[in-house]
Design a protein around this ligand. Structure first.
Ligand code: ASP
Length: 405
């Protein structure tokens, strides 16, 4: 996308997000009627996700050309993502221990929804099981990207071992990838309207501004804790980026369209096409965009990890249960796993939180405390998830790929 278009679009997107908040706040009912415009935008993004991911991962690995290089890139990417996720959880734990948002909270009557209850008994082994799909098409229809990425990696690895005959196959996926990126640009022009409608309709659904304000107020310190933690982590990633690659502000500005789209859609998966396009405009190398970003969008969720740790401790505090150091270490480990297992879709983090709660023996009912504001906090943690992937792509690009692996 030409630079001038990108700047104008960003201004329009920022304005549309602000107007969306105001519109939803004051005209809640009316906002619900324009919600379909947001869904249209979201559907357009979702429409291209599966072909884009499959094509980009295969063509990215084709460009690496050598399984050893893939090992180096894959290994450093996972190590980096593991490290930043651990930092995020640590920040979450520190902030919640300092602010103590759960102290004195009234335990309400709200019930836990079915979608969460049915996850009872989910454990770490389920996350490993989810890597391999018995039916790729079923995974695709349910937007489970992780098994699809695993398949694409294995498929591309196999291709690299068959020499000449792999060339036309890689060429096909290169072409599909390029065409998909063109579609992303076309869809991006629709972003201001889509983001406006998504935000306005969601606030409308919450009953307009006054209702939203009341709900946030009820667990005010929890909201403050999570937002503070997310902000600190956002800055940590920014500093890391600045240290490794420099020009942090320019990169932040360049990635902003994807970040705002993440705020509007509450889905890092749906935003992935825009994240890839933005990273391309910001001179991140193709290999990082095609491999590091898709992988990050499914396994690297810093915002979600931070949120899960902070929310579980909040629930413990609300129930007046003191978690020991060992239990907090268990929260640390399971929150990291739960974030890896969470899909990049709205409020996925709330569902995988069951893993963390069960690991330390806390009542699942505690989730009811968070229900009303989860969609709101979800927007912010999605932004941090996307920022985490974007910084990851730039850092890996600078440290690993530009050094010729
Ligand atoms: N909505 C988040 C995302 O898409 C996941 C979550 O934390 O619920 O990245």
């Amino acid at each position: 996308m030409p630079h001038s278009h990108a700047v104008i679009l960003l201004i329009l997107i920022i304005l549309s997000a602000i107007i969306g908040v105001l519109f939803g706040w004051f005209f809640g009912d009316l906002s619900l009627q324009i919600g379909w415009l947001g869904d249209l935008f979201l559907n357009a993004l979702k429409m291209i996700i599966i072909p884009l991911i499959v094509a980009s991962v295969i063509s990215g690995i084709g460009a690496l050309g050598d399984v050893r290089k893939l090992g180096r890139l894959g290994g450093s990417t996972l190590l980096y993502y593991g490290f930043t996720t651990a930092v995020a959880v640590f920040i979450g734990l520190v902030v919640v221990n300092i602010i103590q948002p759960g102290a004195g909270i009234e335990l309400g009557e709200a019930t836990v929804p079915e979608r969460i209850l049915e996850k009872q008994g989910t454990g770490a082994s389920d996350i490993i099981m989810s890597l391999i799909s018995p039916n790729l098409f079923a995974s695709a229809t349910e937007m489970q990207l992780l098994p699809i990425i695993v398949f694409a990696i294995l498929f591309a690895m196999a291709l690299t071992t068959i020499g000449e005959r792999s060339k036309p196959v890689f060429a096909v996926f290169d072409g599909i990838n390029e065409a998909m990126m063109k579609l992303v640009i076309w869809i991006m022009y629709f972003a201001p309207i889509g983001i406006f409608a998504l935000i306005a309709a969601r606030i409308g659904l919450a009953g307009g501004g006054e209702e939203l304000f009341k709900e946030i107020e009820a667990v005010g310190w929890h909201v403050v804790t999570v937002l503070t933690g997310l902000f600190i982590h956002f800055c940590f990633l920014f500093l890391l980026l600045q240290l490794v690659a420099g020009k942090g502000l320019a990169y932040l500005f360049g990635m902003s369209r994807a970040l705002f789209t993440g705020f509007g859609t509450a889905s890092s998966t749906a935003t992935l096409p825009l994240t890839m396009e933005n990273a391309r405009e910001n001179n991140v190398s193709d290999k990082a965009i095609k491999f590091v970003l898709p992988l990050g969008s499914t396994v690297n969720m810093d915002g979600t990890a931070l949120y899960e740790a902070a929310a579980v401790l909040f629930i413990a505090q609300a129930y007046g249960i003191d978690l020991t150091m060992t239990q907090q270490i268990i929260v640390f480990i399971t929150a990291t796993l739960a974030a890896i297992g969470a899909a990049g879709i709205p409020e996925a983090g709330l569902v995988t939180m069951v893993i963390v709660l069960s690991a330390v023996g806390l009542p699942l009912d505690g989730i009811a405390l968070l229900l009303a504001v989860d969609w709101f906090l979800d927007r912010f943690r999605t932004v941090v998830n996307i920022w985490g992937d974007s910084v990851g792509a730039k850092v890996i690009d600078t440290l690993v790929i530009k050094k010729a692996l």
